[in-house]
Design a protein around this ligand. Structure first.
Ligand code: AMP
Ligand code: ZN
Length: 112
């Protein structure tokens, strides 16, 4: 299957991985809305909220809390948003939960 996130799981394309276990992986979004923007994905390919199995979904939500707080602490963020797109608004057709840190101070992203 030609799925970019499956390729990340296999290590066929690079990612900046910040967490991994048997079921899931978390890595930095390549086009961050704010610094530390992270995606959590199941390692097994599945489309969206309707197709993911509930055990994996619950595991992702539990880990999202831990990972989000770790990001907030390490980047001195002031809060975070969890978001997950389905249907036509979902660009990458492999389930992923966005963790988007939010900052009270103005943030500038340098793209080199
Ligand atoms: P969505 O609209 O929820 O499907 O968002 C897809 C997200 O995947 C976007 O925020 C992209 O920046 C991100 N993305 C696409 N390709 C990669 C990649 N190779 N590595 C990391 N993030 C990616
Ligand atoms: Zn996939």
């Amino acid at each position: 299957m030609d799925c970019i996130f499956c390729k990340i799981v296999k290590g066929d394309i690079p990612s900046y991985k910040i967490y991994e276990d048997d079921l899931i992986m978390a890595f930095l979004d390549v086009n961050p809305v704010f610094p530390g923007h992270t995606l959590i994905i199941p390692k097994e390919h599945t489309l969206d909220i309707n197709s993911i199995d509930e055990e994996t979904l619950c595991h992702i939500m539990k880990k999202a809390k831990d990972i989000a707080n770790m990001i907030v602490n390490s980047l001195d963020a002031d809060g975070f948003t969890l978001a997950q797109n389905n249907g036509f608004v979902q660009e990458v057709k492999h389930y992923h939960l966005h963790i988007i840190p939010k900052y009270k101070r103005k943030m500038v992203i340098n793209i080199e």
